[in-house]
Design a protein around this ligand. Sequence first.
Ligand code: KIV
Length: 275
Amino acid sequence: MKNTVLTIQKQKNEHDKITMLTAYDYSMAKLIDAAGVNSILVGDSLGMVMLGYKDTLSVTMEDMIHHTKAVSRGAENALVVADMPFMSYQTSVYDAVQNAGRLIKEGGAQAVKLEGGASVVPQIKAIVEASIPVVAHIGLTPQSVNAFGGFRVQGKSEAEAQKLYDDARAVEAAGAFCVVLECVPAALAEFISSRLSIPTIGIGAGAGCDGQVLVYQDMLKMFSDFKPKFVKHFADIGQEMKNAFTAYIEEVKAGTFPAKEHCFAISDDIINKLY
Ligand code: KIV
């Protein structure tokens, strides 16, 4: 059964942890969906893990729509959330609604995610008024990497912790149905989770959140440029893939692949008639 904003909220109410993973293409969306993950995020992290940029700032609306379409085709049950890329909502409330609408209409997502707290409340309100569910994202918001001066933990001082809590309440009041807390001290994330009525989804925010999200290349050890402290490798698929590629090279060079069972037959008579 398709997960919806209602089933995600019900999970919080019933203390059933929400699971979210990123995906950027059809095949991976199908695998993640078949495993029973509640929600798939088409994150703008695709700029780094799929397209090789050093941050998420270069990702465009066209990139997001292209990948969201593929994921939507593969996600039967998981709620598909599409990220709004840098400058697709910061510029105006009008742009925010227009671009959120494109991710739903063209991409086939069921919800959009955007970064920021009190500063993006007008955008969240307008998108929600257009009947598009919104996931907010506070704490380490990667689109603000230049303003932050790097990727670093947020909310450690009293003033920062208060601001984060204020932002969480602001996005909830604006109508977001869920909020991602990224790189936030665990005790602060737990406090915020206990005070909000909407679910929190943590990444680098401890086990006290109502759910967790990870980038699939991180959890499968497929992305080796760097490893954030909060990432756990649940499998070493990167090494498995390298082993498979090496075996392929060896078998092709040795002439053992393709074998008979991989080939199409033709009668010798036909071959013998060729001149
Ligand atoms: O873009 C992304 O993948 C994200 C998650 C890390 C939350 O925003």
